[in-house]
Design a protein around this ligand. Sequence first.
Ligand SMILES: Cc1ncc(COP(=O)(O)O)c(C=O)c1O
Length: 200
Amino acid sequence: MAIAAWPWGAYLGEESKNGGIRAKVSSWRRISPAGLIPHAKASGQYLNSILAKTESQKAGYEEAIMLDERGFVCEGSGENIFVVRDGQIATPPHVASILDGINRKSVIQIARDLGYTVVERDVARAELYLAEEIFLTGTAAELVPVREIDDHPIGEPGEITRHVQAKFVDALYGRAEEYLEWLDFVEVPAGADEPSKVSS
Ligand SMILES: Cc1ncc(COP(=O)(O)O)c(C=O)c1O
């Protein structure tokens, strides 16, 4: 087995983490667990993500939100999704064809440790428009607020998103003692110009 490690900027752009992104619900549904294993980060499955991502970018959005085969919210083309309603955080469950993201798992724990209620439940598409806050999580994207869905404004990144994001970034960069065990530190060779970033 070989593991490649290299410095990599934020997948949705550095500014996305502060200002949030515009997303569009894709006409492509997420792969079904009846035919593949959506939980796995398996390379062949990314044809599905590429179709959704390309469609959204051509339409002028930064990211696609895919629904599952039943029509419930699943995730982004390369991120899991969290929706805040009535002060509670909801995220689609394993039966909704999600990729079992490590950052999803970490953010669920961080948010609960911060005192928020996190519920793994089906999320209706309509709830995206009614949400107080929405954010995405993934290794490449990190934690990115969503400020608009299908041209419907969600608003500036909210208080809960910011609170969880701040702790998430601390955990990611080894500044949160309580989550240090999640990290494997990668030595950056002399001459590399990026600070050491860690990956879980
Ligand atoms: C389709 C999809 N969903 C979710 C995620 C988030 O997973 P993780 O947090 O393990 O990076 C990814 C990450 O690559 C992804 O490609």
